[in-house]
Design a protein around this ligand. Sequence first.
Ligand SMILES: NC(=O)c1ccc[n+]([C@@H]2O[C@H](COP(=O)([O-])OP(=O)(O)OC[C@H]3O[C@@H](n4cnc5c(N)ncnc54)[C@H](O)[C@@H]3O)[C@@H](O)[C@H]2O)c1
Length: 244
Amino acid sequence: MKLLNKVAFVTGAAQGMGQAIVRGFVAEGAKVVAVDLNQAALAESLADLGEQVLALACNVADSASVADAMGQVEVHFGGLDIVVNNAGVGGLDSFLDTSDESWARVIGVNLGGTFLCSREGARLMIKGARKGAIINLSSTAALTGEGPAHYCASKAAVMGLTRSITRELAASGIRVNTLVPGPTNTPMMAGIPDDYMQALLKNVPLGRLCETDEIARVAVFLASDDASYMTGQNIAVNGGMAFI
Ligand SMILES: NC(=O)c1ccc[n+]([C@@H]2O[C@H](COP(=O)([O-])OP(=O)(O)OC[C@H]3O[C@@H](n4cnc5c(N)ncnc54)[C@H](O)[C@@H]3O)[C@@H](O)[C@H]2O)c1
């Protein structure tokens, strides 16, 4: 039980990596506040986990929504140890066809949401004098440029955000790391055209998609004391697709 009695806040928890991370954390003894825009899917996908999980509707791109969810973390579980900024959105826009709205949405969720949940989460950790851990989800696309401009820009910015807040939060004993997945078998990938998928897999030396539990195991490691001297790092889980 690597996370016994720890309290975690996991965003984008209704499906994909977020759901797997919630399950991985619960299996290691954590209590989890699982948030997502899609409350119906969230409640259904995590119903079997019982009282270990509090499922909340939250828009990570909205400051008031995040503050409200963090308030509920305190009320229900009395404090916070771990934040996983997993909620993310992409799209298939070409750069030249990217609308102002699409740009603002992707940056607002992927970067803005990571900022808001990290800030509110860190405030709560510090309030309770807890030496916490924050895990931010980036993407191999931020390194290779193989993805839409708004997505790659937001995921590269998450790495910079991590490095800056690492320095400030270290004094409070809070570690911050960036988990950098390669192509992973989730609903986000379901919309990718087959020819694009085949081309993508040619660049993965292990020759397959990552499975969500392979991401969850690394998230457990980064959240746990096993990673007690790791902060500010990019941790790649990409089948050898890129080196960081
Ligand atoms: N799947 C991949 O191949 C891949 C690769 C690299 C990085 N990533 C990143 O990993 C993370 C998880 O990816 P996934 O494939 O599991 O995604 P997914 O699309 O399967 O799930 C994302 C979840 O986030 C939720 N969400 C979206 N906007 C939200 C908001 N504003 N507030 C709260 N919740 C919101 C969605 O409702 C959904 O449940 C994302 O940040 C993604 O960019 C994914």
